[in-house]
Design a binder for this molecule. Structure first.
Ligand code: SAM
Length: 300
């Protein structure tokens, strides 16, 4: 391949036509053709000219282009090889180094790929693996990511950023709050995508809490929130009953001891209160077998 790019770089819609690219539904393929929109997303991500950035699912490259225009190095991971040829041809248009990996992003360890250098992630995530990827990054040991700027369906974005008492508040909000600060920075209508999905999307920007403020026992937190939100309408004294085996007192007394009303429902407890409960149970005895569901796009 020549290092001199042909001029000018065609629009994304043209690229899709020229390369005969097809949106595969089961891979969550909804493409962004509007480069103004993707430029805005990259601007809001705060990426600087010295940064290493990972993009998951570059597809036809609508988000990859503004990343290449700004960052020092862009590393993309795409599961669908139909995009490989065009992505490889994008490189010579930019001074930025572009590394392309083909495979399932869930199987890649970004800390290893970055060789333990700090990095950022910017992605228009496929809906089917978006939550699993976020949980993987949140629960990584001493992660090297400095920010995550991720497009989700709006409903998931609201679950990630919800505060206690808000309707979408649940396990994902609590796990996120234990590790990071998160806010919705942009809403994107379905009409911005080709083909359009059924729902509105939103971009969430996450930055990690200082290491000393990150909650260390995420497995314990996942367990207790799994029990509590698995039976969201029940009072905590009932939904947390399975914990009794690991306690030296009735569940109601243990909740009282932690200044929590046994009749409270899970959505009224702050993330800090759940962390306090998880810490308290981990110091009082062995944990009964894990009952809470694993995190998925349907996680309450
Ligand atoms: N970034 C492009 C854009 O904004 O137009 C495409 C975004 S599209 C919502 C999601 C992309 O993720 C698709 O290119 C799809 O092939 C890719 N993808 C789906 N599952 C993946 C996985 N497990 N690992 C890596 N990429 C994946």
């Amino acid at each position: 391949m020549s290092n001199t790019p042909p001029d000018p770089l065609p629009g994304i819609g043209q690229i899709v036509q020229q390369y005969g690219l097809r949106a595969v539904k089961k891979l969550g393929q909804h493409f962004l053709f509007d480069l103004n929109l993707t430029h805005k997303m990259v601007q809001l991500s705060g990426i600087q000219s010295t940064d290493l950035v990972f993009e998951i699912g570059p597809g036809p490259g609508g988000l990859t282009r503004p990343l290449l225009a700004i960052a020092a190095r862009v590393c993309v991971i795409e599961t669908d090889p139909q995009f490989l040829k065009h992505l490889a041809e994008l490189g010579p248009y930019f001074d930025t180094q572009l590394d392309i990996h083909i495979g399932d992003a869930l199987r890649f360890d970004l800390d290893d790929l970055s060789q333990q250098q700090p990095y950022h992630v910017v992605a228009n995530l496929p809906y089917n693996v978006g939550t699993a990827l976020l949980v993987k990054w949140l629960t990584a040991k001493n992660p090297k990511w400095q920010s995550l700027t991720l497009m989700f369906q709006l409903e998931v974005a609201e679950r990630i950023t919800a505060k206690a008492g808000e309707r979408p508040y649940g396990r994902l909000s609590i796990l996120t709050a234990a590790m990071a600060r998160a806010q919705i920075i942009m809403r994107v209508p379905a009409s911005a995508f080709t083909p359009p999905p059924k729902v509105t999307s939103a971009v969430v920007h996450l930055t990690p809490l200082p290491p000393s403020n990150q909650y260390p026992d995420l497995e314990g937190l996942a367990h207790i929130t799994g029990l509590a939100f698995g039976q969201r309408r029940k009072m905590l004294r009932a939904s947390l009953k399975p914990l009794a085996a690991g306690l030296s007192m009735p569940v109601s007394d243990w909740l009282h001891q932690n200044n929590i009303a046994p009749t409270a429902r899970p959505e009224t407890l702050t993330p800090q209160q759940f962390m306090q409960l998880a810490t308290s149970i981990s110091t009082t005895g062995p944990r009964p077998p894990r009952r809470g569901p694993a995190f998925s796009s349907k996680t309450p």
